[in-house]
Design a protein around this ligand. Structure first.
Ligand code: ADP
Ligand code: MG
Ligand code: MG
Length: 241
């Protein structure tokens, strides 16, 4: 479905430093992938490469066999790729209900925006008329952004650390929601996360460190590896040496 072939990324001003190095990945339809690994390993950069926020320095990106390497964010969104940022942007002068209606406007299914808010652990009554600005807490903003991605009926949806700033109750709700959207639509889901509860949802887990894929396998194989410490998640030597 979505394929990355030999994708590398250098960022301007950090020339010679590769943030992603020769990444080869295939994401299949209807599967849930969890990408995990140490901070600075390149997870968010991978998400941004998929969404078209960054364009690769070399390599190819294919969606359903068609090359999309040079397409920008808008063109990729039109083709069904969505991304919930690690730190979502805020918009002055727009209400939560307007933002969600816009997001749902191309979804042929009639999505109920109150249900969407409930799915991310927010009470619609309290939030529909709130402004999408600095008055929302980080966790609230994060959940509203996740709701906008859920509204869209996508081919592939990437969620960057959805757990950040979210309390335990909402977090359980969110985990259920990921499972549901996955059965409701045929969406491929990629979740960047450090949470065991989220990793349990995965068909496959991808471990990233130092800009490379250090392991990719079925969930149980990777989790067993992490527990046995033969797939160490530390980028530098950990205390165990
Ligand atoms: P992760 O999400 O796994 O924590 P990131 O993809 O955010 O990792 O970052 C990987 C590395 O690339 C880090 O060293 C980070 O500082 C660097 N990096 C990411 N984006 C930029 C940028 N726009 N300019 C310079 N360095 C960047
Ligand atoms: Mg990080
Ligand atoms: Mg990140």
């Amino acid at each position: 479905m979505l394929e990355l072939q030999q994708v590398s990324l250098e960022i301007d001003g950090k020339s010679g430093v590769e943030i992603l190095k020769d990444i080869n990945l295939k994401f299949h339809e209807k599967k849930i992938y969890v990408v995990t690994g140490p901070n600075g390993g390149g997870k968010s950069s991978l998400a941004k490469i998929i969404m078209g926020v960054y364009n690769p320095t070399s390599g190819k990106i294919l969606l359903d066999g068609q090359e999309i390497t040079e397409l920008n964010i808008t063109e990729r969104a039109r083709r069904g790729i969505g991304y919930a940022f690690q730190s979502p942007p805020r918009f002055k002068g727009i209400k939560v209900k307007e933002l969600l209606k816009m997001a749902a406007s191309h979804n042929p299914d009639n999505v109920n925006i109150c249900d969407l808010l409930y799915d991310v652990g927010l009470c619609a009554q309290d939030y529909l008329n709130r402004d999408v600005d600095a008055s929302l807490s980080g966790g609230e903003m994060k959940r509203i952004e996740i709701a906008t991605v859920l509204a869209r009926n996508l081919k592939i949806a990437v969620f960057d650390e959805p757990e950040a700033g979210i309390d335990l109750w909402s977090f359980q709700k969110l985990a259920e929601t990921f499972k549901n959207i996955h059965t409701k639509y045929d969406t491929t889901i990629v979740i960047i996360s450090h949470q065991e509860r989220i990793m349990e949802l995965a068909d496959e887990i991808i471990l990233m460190s130092n800009g490379t894929i250090s392991a990719q396998s079925e969930r149980d194989t990777i989790l067993a590896g992490i527990l046995n410490n033969d797939a160490c998640m530390c980028s530098t030597k950990c205390a165990k040496g």
